[in-house]
Write a protein that binds this ligand. Structure first.
Ligand code: CP3
Length: 339
C-alpha cells in the first residue's frame, strides 16, 4: 500500500515525519474567494451542479493553504434529490418540503444511477483531478444511510429527530426498507466517485450520535457496514460520527482505514483504543479557530505533541470549519503540521 501521497500513507498507518492535514468544510463561506464566486454563480446548489464552479471551489483551500487533501464540493443530501425528493437550502440550512412519512412515500423513491443522476459530481471530480498538485489526495464522500434517513424523514435539521424515532421504533420494517434503499444509493454513489477520480471515500454519519449504543447497533450500524463492505479494497474508507464520544469503540470496530474523531473525544485515548487497527483523523475543536492565529498555533502544537510519533494521524478538526472563522487561523493550523 506504499503510495507517495501523505494522506494515503497516513491512512495506511505508515510512519511519516509530519502528519497530513486537511479540514472538514475547508471550502465555504469563511473564504472571501468562495463568497465572490457564490455571488457570481448564484445559490449553493447552483454552484454544486456547475462542475467548473464546484471544481474551482474545491481547489480554493488547496491553493490558499496547501492542505494535503481536496474534498469534492458537493453535499450529503444530493442523493436524496436524485431519489426524487425536493431539496432546497435557505438561511436555516437544508429543507426537504415533502419528507417521507409512510410506505407509499418510500415506495415512490426512484432508483438512482449516479453516472446519470449525479453526473455533475463525477465531472467535478474529473476536473479537480487534472488540476490537483501531485501530492494532494482527492476525497469523495456521502452521508451514511442513517443520517440521510434523518433528513428524509424529518425534512430538515432537527434537534431531536422525533419523526424519525417514531418511524424507526413503530414501523421498523418500513424504516428497514428505507435504509436498504439508502444503503444501495450510498454505495453506488461512492463507487461512482472512485471511478471518477476520488482516492479516499468518507462517510458522514453526522446524526448517529443521537442514538444510544444499543440503538446505533440496531438502527444505523448494519447499513453502514453494508456500504463499507462494498467499498473495501476499492478505496481507503474514513467514517465520521459527529459528537459521538460514546460510539468511539463502535467506529473503531468497523474495520475501516480511518476514523475521524469529534473534538470531544480524547485523541491520545483513542489511539490507545485503536491499537493500530485504524488511522485517526482530528480533532481540534473548530471553535478554537475563532481565537487568534497565535492561540490556534499553540493549541494545535499541544494536540500534535500528545500524539507525536504515532503512525496513522491525520491532523484535522473535530467538525467543520465555522462560518465566522478567520482564514489566517486556518493557515496557522495548517502551518503547525508542516513544522
Ligand atoms: O469543504 C467540504 O467539506 C466539502 C463540502 C461539504 C459540504 N457539506 C458543503 C456545504 C461537505 C463534506 C458537506 C457535508 C455535509 N452536509 C454534512 C456532514 C458533515 C457535517 O457537517 O456534519 C451535513 C450534515 C450536510 C448537510 C448540510 N449542508 C447542512 C446542515 C447545511 C447547512 C449548514 C451550513 O453550514 O450552511 C449544508 C449546506 C452546505 N454544505 C454549505 C456548504 C459549503 C453552505 C452553503 C452556503 O450557504 O454557501
Amino acid at each position: 500500500m506504499s503510495s507517495k501521497k501523505p494522506l494515503l500513507r497516513a491512512l495506511a498507518r505508515e510512519a511519516l515525519d509530519r502528519p497530513p492535514v486537511w479540514l472538514m468544510r475547508q471550502a465555504g463561506r469563511y473564504l472571501p474567494e468562495y463568497r465572490a464566486l457564490r455571488a457570481e454563480v448564484g445559490g449553493f446548489l447552483d454552484m454544486v451542479r456547475d462542475p467548473a464552479a464546484a471544481a474551482e471551489i474545491t481547489l480554493q483551500p488547496v491553493r490558499r493553504f496547501g492542505v494535503d487533501a481536496a474534498i469534492v464540493f458537493s453535499d450529503i443530501l444530493l442523493p436524496l434529490e436524485a431519489m426524487g425528493m425536493e431539496l432546497r437550502f435557505d438561511e436555516r440550512g437544508p429543507v426537504l418540503p415533502d419528507p417521507l412519512r409512510e410506505a407509499r412515500d418510500v415506495e415512490a423513491l426512484a432508483p438512482v444511477d449516479p453516472a446519470r443522476d449525479l453526473a455533475y459530481v463525477g465531472e467535478t471530480l474529473e476536473l479537480v483531478k487534472t488540476a490537483l498538485p501531485g501530492d494532494t489526495t482527492l476525497i469523495g464522500f456521502c452521508g451514511a444511510p442513517f443520517t440521510l434517513a434523518c433528513y428524509a424523514i424529518e425534512g430538515g435539521t432537527s434537534r431531536q429527530f422525533l419523526e424519525l424515532r417514531h418511524l424507526m421504533y413503530r414501523e421498523s420494517e418500513l424504516f428497514g426498507e428505507l435504509m436498504d434503499r439508502l444503503a444501495r444509493v450510498v454505495a453506488d454513489h461512492l463507487r461512482f466517485q472512485v471511478a471518477s477520480g476520488a482516492e479516499v471515500v468518507m462517510l458522514f454519519d453526522t446524526w448517529a450520535a443521537s442514538l444510544t449504543k444499543e440503538d446505533y447497533a440496531r438502527f444505523a450500524e448494519p447499513w453502514t457496514r453494508r456500504v463499507l463492505a462494498e467499498l473495501a479494497g476499492v478505496a481507503p474508507r474514513v467514517v465520521f460520527v459527529g459528537g459521538a464520544a460514546h460510539l468511539v469503540e463502535e467506529q473503531l470496530a468497523l474495520g475501516v482505514e480511518g476514523v475521524a474523531l469529534d473534538h470531544r473525544v480524547d485523541l491520545e485515548q483513542a489511539f490507545l483504543l485503536a491499537g493500530g487497527r485504524t488511522a485517526l483523523q482530528g480533532n481540534l475543536d473548530p471553535a478554537v479557530l475563532l481565537a487568534t492565529p497565535a492561540e490556534v498555533a499553540r493549541r494545535t502544537r499541544a494536540l500534535l505533541e500528545r500524539v507525536r510519533g504515532r503512525p496513522g494521524h491525520v491532523l484535522g478538526l473535530g467538525h467543520g470549519v465555522l462560518k465566522s472563522t478567520d482564514p489566517d487561523c486556518v493557515a496557522a493550523f495548517v502551518e503547525e503540521a508542516r513544522k
